[in-house]
Design a protein around this ligand. Structure first.
Ligand code: THU
Length: 131
Protein backbone atom coordinates (compact mmCIF):
# COMPACT_ATOMS: atom_id res chain seq x y z
CA UNK A 1 0.00 0.00 0.00
CA UNK A 2 1.59 3.34 -1.03
CA UNK A 3 2.00 5.94 1.72
CA UNK A 4 0.72 8.69 -0.56
CA UNK A 5 -1.73 8.44 -3.39
CA UNK A 6 -0.39 9.42 -6.83
CA UNK A 7 -2.08 12.71 -7.89
CA UNK A 8 -3.16 11.16 -11.20
CA UNK A 9 -4.82 8.29 -9.37
CA UNK A 10 -6.56 10.83 -7.11
CA UNK A 11 -7.91 12.48 -10.28
CA UNK A 12 -9.12 9.11 -11.59
CA UNK A 13 -10.85 8.37 -8.29
CA UNK A 14 -12.57 11.76 -8.41
CA UNK A 15 -13.64 11.22 -12.03
CA UNK A 16 -15.12 7.90 -10.97
CA UNK A 17 -17.69 9.83 -8.92
CA UNK A 18 -19.18 11.02 -12.23
CA UNK A 19 -19.61 7.50 -13.66
CA UNK A 20 -22.96 6.88 -15.30
CA UNK A 21 -23.32 3.16 -14.59
CA UNK A 22 -27.01 2.45 -13.79
CA UNK A 23 -26.91 -0.95 -15.52
CA UNK A 24 -23.74 -2.53 -14.15
CA UNK A 25 -23.22 -0.36 -11.07
CA UNK A 26 -19.52 -0.82 -11.86
CA UNK A 27 -18.02 2.65 -11.63
CA UNK A 28 -14.71 3.45 -13.28
CA UNK A 29 -12.63 6.63 -13.48
CA UNK A 30 -9.61 7.46 -15.61
CA UNK A 31 -7.13 10.34 -15.70
CA UNK A 32 -4.75 10.82 -18.61
CA UNK A 33 -1.74 13.15 -18.32
CA UNK A 34 -0.53 14.71 -21.55
CA UNK A 35 3.02 15.83 -22.32
CA UNK A 36 2.32 19.34 -21.06
CA UNK A 37 1.12 18.00 -17.71
CA UNK A 38 -2.53 18.65 -18.38
CA UNK A 39 -4.89 16.03 -16.98
CA UNK A 40 -7.86 14.77 -19.01
CA UNK A 41 -10.38 12.76 -17.03
CA UNK A 42 -13.05 10.26 -18.01
CA UNK A 43 -15.65 7.98 -16.46
CA UNK A 44 -17.69 5.14 -17.89
CA UNK A 45 -20.92 6.23 -19.54
CA UNK A 46 -23.42 3.41 -19.99
CA UNK A 47 -26.35 3.18 -22.35
CA UNK A 48 -29.63 1.23 -22.24
CA UNK A 49 -28.54 -0.61 -25.39
CA UNK A 50 -25.43 -1.73 -23.43
CA UNK A 51 -23.24 -1.97 -26.54
CA UNK A 52 -22.99 1.79 -26.85
CA UNK A 53 -21.39 2.04 -23.42
CA UNK A 54 -18.05 3.83 -23.33
CA UNK A 55 -15.34 2.92 -20.85
CA UNK A 56 -13.67 5.54 -18.69
CA UNK A 57 -10.34 5.14 -20.49
CA UNK A 58 -11.77 5.79 -23.94
CA UNK A 59 -13.74 8.79 -22.71
CA UNK A 60 -10.50 10.24 -21.30
CA UNK A 61 -8.55 9.57 -24.52
CA UNK A 62 -11.23 10.99 -26.82
CA UNK A 63 -11.74 14.05 -24.64
CA UNK A 64 -8.00 14.69 -24.70
CA UNK A 65 -7.65 14.19 -28.45
CA UNK A 66 -10.66 16.41 -29.10
CA UNK A 67 -8.89 19.18 -27.21
CA UNK A 68 -5.72 18.88 -29.25
CA UNK A 69 -3.56 16.71 -27.01
CA UNK A 70 -1.50 14.17 -28.93
CA UNK A 71 1.28 12.93 -26.63
CA UNK A 72 0.72 11.32 -23.28
CA UNK A 73 2.83 10.42 -20.25
CA UNK A 74 0.63 8.19 -18.13
CA UNK A 75 -2.92 7.13 -17.37
CA UNK A 76 -4.53 6.18 -14.06
CA UNK A 77 -7.57 3.90 -13.87
CA UNK A 78 -9.67 3.58 -10.71
CA UNK A 79 -12.36 1.07 -9.81
CA UNK A 80 -13.58 -0.42 -6.55
CA UNK A 81 -12.10 -3.91 -6.81
CA UNK A 82 -9.53 -5.70 -4.66
CA UNK A 83 -7.89 -7.23 -7.71
CA UNK A 84 -7.13 -3.99 -9.50
CA UNK A 85 -9.22 -3.43 -12.63
CA UNK A 86 -7.19 -3.26 -15.86
CA UNK A 87 -8.39 -1.66 -19.14
CA UNK A 88 -10.56 -3.92 -21.33
CA UNK A 89 -9.29 -5.16 -24.68
CA UNK A 90 -10.91 -2.39 -26.71
CA UNK A 91 -9.39 0.26 -24.46
CA UNK A 92 -5.96 -1.36 -24.68
CA UNK A 93 -6.11 -0.99 -28.46
CA UNK A 94 -7.17 2.66 -28.24
CA UNK A 95 -4.55 3.41 -25.59
CA UNK A 96 -1.85 1.76 -27.70
CA UNK A 97 -2.78 3.79 -30.76
CA UNK A 98 -2.88 7.15 -29.00
CA UNK A 99 -0.43 6.71 -26.13
CA UNK A 100 1.97 3.92 -27.15
CA UNK A 101 3.69 2.06 -24.34
CA UNK A 102 2.31 4.44 -21.72
CA UNK A 103 2.69 4.11 -17.95
CA UNK A 104 -0.46 2.71 -16.38
CA UNK A 105 -1.44 3.28 -12.75
CA UNK A 106 -4.24 1.03 -11.52
CA UNK A 107 -5.87 1.75 -8.19
CA UNK A 108 -8.85 1.41 -5.90
CA UNK A 109 -10.42 3.70 -3.29
CA UNK A 110 -8.79 1.81 -0.41
CA UNK A 111 -5.25 2.86 -1.24
CA UNK A 112 -4.17 -0.14 -3.27
CA UNK A 113 -2.28 0.68 -6.45
CA UNK A 114 0.08 -0.81 -8.97
CA UNK A 115 2.10 0.74 -11.78
CA UNK A 116 2.83 -1.09 -15.01
CA UNK A 117 3.28 -0.39 -18.69
CA UNK A 118 0.73 -0.91 -21.43
CA UNK A 119 3.08 -3.26 -23.28
CA UNK A 120 2.90 -5.70 -20.36
CA UNK A 121 -0.87 -5.91 -20.85
CA UNK A 122 -0.88 -5.62 -24.64
CA UNK A 123 2.10 -7.31 -26.28
CA UNK A 124 2.48 -7.60 -30.06
CA UNK A 125 -0.18 -5.02 -30.80
CA UNK A 126 -1.61 -4.35 -34.22
CA UNK A 127 -1.28 -0.70 -35.19
CA UNK A 128 -0.74 1.68 -38.10
CA UNK A 129 2.83 0.46 -38.58
CA UNK A 130 1.37 -2.64 -40.28
CA UNK A 131 -0.72 -0.70 -42.78
N1 THU B 1 -15.38 -0.39 -17.73
C1 THU B 1 -14.57 0.70 -17.83
O1 THU B 1 -15.03 1.84 -17.88
N2 THU B 1 -13.23 0.50 -17.86
C2 THU B 1 -12.62 -0.71 -17.67
O2 THU B 1 -11.40 -0.77 -17.64
C3 THU B 1 -13.44 -1.92 -17.49
C4 THU B 1 -14.90 -1.76 -17.72
C5 THU B 1 -16.83 -0.17 -17.60
C6 THU B 1 -17.67 -0.52 -18.79
C7 THU B 1 -19.01 -0.77 -18.14
O3 THU B 1 -19.67 0.48 -17.97
C8 THU B 1 -18.67 -1.31 -16.77
O4 THU B 1 -17.31 -0.94 -16.53
C9 THU B 1 -18.83 -2.80 -16.64
O5 THU B 1 -18.15 -3.47 -17.66
Amino acid sequence: MPAEIHPLLAAALAARDNAHAPFSNFRVGAALEDDSGRVHTGCNVENATYGLTLCAERVAVFKAVSEGARKFRRIAVAADTDVLTPPCGACRQILWEFCGDVELILGNPRGRSETLRLKDLFPRAFDASFL
